[in-house]
Design a protein around this ligand. Structure first.
Ligand code: ITT
Length: 196
């Protein structure tokens, strides 16, 4: 029988991207499918601590193996911002577009557009916690392009491509993606650990 893991997220885009990578190697249950309707707080100052918070809250609630991920966009000339604040960069209650607008305003006169997406997965397996990281280096462009994906995808071009993530189909984003790299490590770990 395949192992089951709860994915502690309320972001359907993350679920779609991670399910695409995991395929049918493991059973992934979303919070919605598990009947859990909570907004898990992310009060900490690092991706690692926030990822930990999300997986441990769901683990305490369900007593099942689970994982979560926290992702941030780290821009060099902004000293790593929005980083851990990526979801709320323009303030509470603001949307993806407000966050992009703020980012582009803050980068308006900057020549250095280097940035990276960093994903940290926290896995709680048999009451122990493990972390997996995935990084995608790239650049922030001045005008947004494309309608696919989510978040900052319309302004981020990964190194090795000339398209933004939002101009790519999910399969192509997966080739470059921070989330895919972290998920590959998770899958490898589960296989090495004898979890099937
Ligand atoms: P959960 O906490 O429920 O998992 P969330 O959307 O709040 O979902 P995060 O706290 O990790 O997720 O927020 C990260 C924000 O960074 C997210 O809202 C997006 O704006 C952005 N982001 C994350 N991954 C991204 C990606 O692959 N492409 C573009 N933007 C992304």
């Amino acid at each position: 029988m395949k192992s089951t893991l709860i994915f502690a997220t309320n972001n359907q885009h993350k679920v779609d991207e991670i399910k695409k990578v995991i395929g049918d190697a493991f059973n992934i249950i979303t919070l919605k499918e598990a009947g859990i309707d909570i907004d898990i707080p992310e009060p900490h100052d690092s991706l690692e601590k926030n990822a930990s918070e999300k997986s441990s809250v769901i683990h305490k609630l369900t007593n099942q193996n689970c994982f979560s991920e926290d992702t941030g966009l780290e821009v060099d000339v902004l000293n790593g911002e929005p980083g851990v604040k990526s979801a709320r960069y323009a303030g509470e209650g603001k949307n993806f577009q407000d966050n992009i607008d703020k980012l582009l305003r803050n980068l308006a006169v900057k020549a250095n557009r280097n940035a990276r997406f960093r994903t940290v997965i926290s896995l709680v397996l048999d009451d122990k916690e493990y972390f997996f990281e995935g990084i995608c280096e790239g650049k922030i462009i001045a005008d947004q392009k494309g309608n696919n994906g989510f978040g900052y995808d319309p302004v981020f071009i990964p190194n090795g491509s000339n398209k933004t993530f939002a101009e790519m189909e999910m399969d192509e984003k997966t080739i470059f993606s921070h989330r895919r790299k972290a998920t590959d490590k998770l899958i490898q770990f589960l296989k090495d650990h004898g979890t099937h």
